[in-house]
Design a protein around this ligand. Structure first.
Ligand code: SF4
Length: 337
């Protein structure tokens, strides 16, 4: 039995079968990458997050990021990515459902009309189960939240993934997030009041962070209580300021045992009904400086389960959540519905 609320378990409870994400780069950018903001987060490379099956040409010489192309080109690229993604996933998994996942950069950072055209186009391409998009908290305002709400009835669930990374404002400043933790809380109010579900991203092992900052982040997550959480180990992408820090010894990456220990500590310190959507980062090899040779995801999951078992730990234990995954999580399921 899982000692934390896995994404697989959540999807099974919610839909009765797995639902696969079709990751799409819709050509958005990010306000934090402007020169005026000193080029973005210290770990941001020029590609943004993407699904493995959509990375075909990004390393090619002459590659032009989608954000530099016309809206027509972007809409065409969105259609192609959806078709490619669905074909790939069908061949591999025999899925019964797909979610549209606008993944790269800040997917609410554009004029409302442009957002509308892209969302409507993408959602019109296939009867998706969920609509999930990643963005920054400072790219959510009343108008954007209202626009998102318009798509609520087209899908079973509408999710916004927000990059928290750390709740320590000192760390956020150091990594140049360009917003404080308070902006995060404000975005959560706007989304939650419209019934939009929220997933937080958190990075373990950021430079300068120790037990006090990790505790602060766990307390923030508990207070804000998102429906889901993605936990990442620190990755050092190539050609980033973080890489320069790493090469000069100012930043380090965790080995697997340390990441597992810190992940377990975070898990026991957050509510047991938060869906854990991820426990390791996933940067493509050609964009990754460090860590090299980290265990594959499946192995890390197994090692985490073993660690939790051996130390008799479970999600929410430090907050008094019960060990059983039939009580609190079923209530969570009702809530999530
Ligand atoms: S918020 Fe994301 S896209 Fe924007 S600068 Fe930071 S890592 Fe890059």
């Amino acid at each position: 039995m899982d000692r934390y609320f896995t994404y697989k378990q959540y999807l099974q409870q919610r839909y009765g079968h797995p639902v696969y994400r079709v990751g799409v780069d819709a050509g958005f950018s990010c306000p934090n990458r402007d020169a005026s903001r000193r080029g973005g987060c210290i770990y941001c490379d020029s590609f943004g997050a993407s699904a493995a099956y959509q990375r075909g040409s990004e390393g090619d010489p002459g590659y032009i990021p989608l954000s530099c192309r016309s809206l027509e080109d972007r809409l065409e690229a969105v259609s192609q990515q959806i078709d490619t993604g669905i074909a790939f996933l069908r061949q591999r998994y025999r899925p019964e459902g797909f979610s549209l996942y606008l993944q790269a950069f800040s997917n609410t950072f554009a004029p409302l009309e442009e957002l509308k055209q892209i969302y409507s186009h993408a959602l019109g391409r296939y009867p998706f189960t969920e609509f999930i998009l990643s963005t920054r908290p400072d790219c959510i305002d009343e108008a954007v939240a209202d626009l998102l709400l318009q798509y609520r009835s087209q899908v079973s669930d509408l999710w916004v993934e927000l990059g928290l990374q750390s709740a320590s404002n000192e760390t956020l400043e150091f990594i140049r997030r360009g917003h404080a933790a308070e902006a995060f809380s404000e975005a959560c109010v706007l989304l939650r009041s419209r019934g939009i579900k929220i997933s937080f991203h958190s990075i373990l092992g950021l430079p300068g962070e120790g037990p006090a900052q990790r505790r602060e982040t766990a307390e923030f997550i508990t207070r804000e209580h998102p429906e889901a959480l993605k936990i990442h180990n620190l990755h050092i992408p190539v050609e980033t300021d973080l890489q320069a820090m790493y090469l000069s010894g100012e930043a380090v990456t965790a080995a697997v045992p340390r990441h597992i220990e810190q992940t377990a500590q975070l898990l026991i310190s957050v509510p047991g009904d938060i869906v854990i959507q991820r426990i390791v980062c996933d940067t493509p090899a050609h964009r990754l400086c460090a860590p090299k040779g980290f265990a594959p995801k499946g192995q890390v999951i197994q090692m985490l389960s073993k660690y939790l078992e051996e130390h008799d730990l479970w999600q929410g234990k430090a907050l008094g959540w019960p060990r059983s995954d039939t009580g609190g999580r079923n209530q969570a399921y009702e809530y999530l519905r």
